[in-house]
Design a protein around this ligand. Structure first.
Ligand SMILES: Nc1ncnc2c1ncn2[C@@H]1O[C@H](COP(=O)(O)OP(=O)(O)OP(=O)(O)O)[C@@H](O)[C@H]1O
Length: 258
């Protein structure tokens, strides 16, 4: 379903953020990507929905030949890929429900969205998504009045309302405290399992990665240096990925104890 074939990304200025990547991710997998800051995690995620163009090589996502998309295919691809962001990217001054309905924008005629008249079917899809992350009771609250963890649950609901085949989450818990981070990771894992949505998450904390990932991909300087089950990744694995010994900052539990 997602296949990188000798894929490379070199940014203007010469930074090589992806080097000859060969990688296949199957339908419904829950994959966590780890690596030091600058290893190329965001580049990999953003390449999947065509936000970062490859410099060379191939990338196929859900049958879309990503380097050669027409404008129509690009819209199709984007509608199949839900994004979850570190900073949530909610519109604060509007309701939770309206934020989630934004996940339906690619399915609803523009005039309806402009006058706020979403079809009943779309409202039901949004409500179901909010229910799945157990925050339906806040549907009419302004997004600004939610806690960080609740905001990220709304971010997940918005991605779900898109009825995506793939969810990409770039450091989704970086702004959250440890208990809330676990809650958010559990929802992501549960949604992937229940709905068979392929989910790819960039994570900084290694203990979170091993706790939730079915598969861990380790990147170092734009290269794939580890690919294996979460259960097989131990401290030595992470030392190899990072190219240095681990510190308290690399583990959520240890950092929280400081
Ligand atoms: N738009 C850009 N233009 C130039 N260089 C970039 C751009 N985006 C990323 N880079 C560089 O590419 C490399 C990989 O960046 P990327 O953001 O993919 O890494 P990352 O592993 O996600 O890091 P972080 O955890 O800090 O976000 C870095 O050296 C970064 O400085």
């Amino acid at each position: 379903m997602i296949r990188f074939d000798k894929a490379s990304v070199t940014y203007k200025g010469g930074v090589s953020a992806m080097k000859d990547l060969d990688l296949e991710i199957g339908d419904g997998e829950f994959v966590v990507i780890v690596g030091l800051s600058g290893a190329g995690k965001s580049t990999l995620i953003r390449a999947i929905n065509g936000l970062v163009p490859l410099t060379s090589g191939g990338l196929n996502v859900n049958g879309h030949d990503v380097p050669n998309l027409s404008a129509k295919e690009r819209r199709e691809l984007r509608s199949e890929v839900g994004m979850i962001f570190q900073g949530f990217n909610l519109v604060d001054r509007t309701s939770v429900l309206n934020n989630v309905l934004m996940g339906r924008l690619h399915q609803v005629p523009l005039w309806r969205t402009l006058i706020g008249k979403y079809p009943e079917k779309d409202i039901q899809i949004a409500a179901k998504a909010l229910n799945r992350v157990e925050i339906l009771d806040r549907a009419y609250v302004r997004a600004t009045n939610l806690s960080g963890g609740q905001r990220q649950r709304v971010g997940i609901a918005r991605a779900l309302a898109q009825e995506p085949k793939i969810v990409l989450a770039d450091e989704p818990v970086a702004s959250l405290d440890p208990p809330t981070s676990h809650v958010v990771m559990k929802y992501l894992q549960q949604i992937s399992r229940d709905l068979g949505i392929t989910t790819i998450v960039n994570l900084h904390f290694l203990d979170l990665a091993t706790a939730y990932a079915d598969r861990i991909i380790g990147l170092r300087n734009g290269e794939l240096v580890f690919d294996g089950p979460g259960s097989e990744a131990d401290e030595q694995t992470f030392r190899d990925i990072y190219g240095r010994s681990l510190t308290a900052d690399d583990t959520m539990a240890k950092q929280a104890a400081l």
